[in-house]
Design a protein around this ligand. Sequence first.
Ligand code: MF3
Ligand code: CO
Length: 250
Amino acid sequence: MIILKSTEEINLMRRAGKLTAAARALAGELVKPGVTTQEINDEVERFIRKEHAVPSFLHYQGYPASVCISVNDEIIHGIPGKRVLQEGDIVSVDVGAYIGGFHGDCAATFACGKISAEAQDLIDVTRQSFFEGFKQAKEGNRIGDISAAVQAYAESHGFSIVREYVGHGVGADMHESPEIPNYGHPGRGPRLLRGMTIAVEPMVNAGAASIYQMSDGWTVRTADGKNAAHYENTILITDGEPEILTAPAI
Ligand code: MF3
Ligand code: CO
């Protein structure tokens, strides 16, 4: 069942989204050579709690940290730890925060120091693939219109879409219906209605689409060891332009 949010609920989601976006921005500032992923996790968690919110991911299905930090060939769900970031790494940070009964959920891939032109291209294309999907996210369109636009843009640049993980509805629960695949066909899937709040989150591989699940039970990496990037915002469907709830968009 797809839950449509009332005006009051949308206002609460704006608050959660704004805070989550600020947490993502903070994480981005912390990405520097010499910093550990644990330090980033801890500082972002401190910020979330200082704002009287709760990190959405902590203990979610047993996830052991507040933030997902995935480096280079890690796509998503990287667990923060002792890993020291190096110049040239690309660092995907995924953050969720819960306040006022609602979740915000967003992610971005950040450059650690100076990175290669290829790595920057992957980051830029992944981010833009979100915005190509975003343009389709309006009342009357269907989920497949978003999915197809994301896929077409990423693949037209020679990159691959991860298929095993998808975007999702978001609200009082972090994962609500419907699923938002980053691949598909225009005109297919559930119709978009104003008041729907969804997380659109392309995960894009520089090489092949195949993924590999690590033995920690969480980290998902590319099978071929090439880089991956991730970009996500929580958005609101309206009868006109969609609204990014995890604004400011970066
Ligand atoms: N942002 C992720 C998503 O959209 C959630 C991370 S999964 C967790 O599905 F288990 F780490 F919380
Ligand atoms: Co998400």
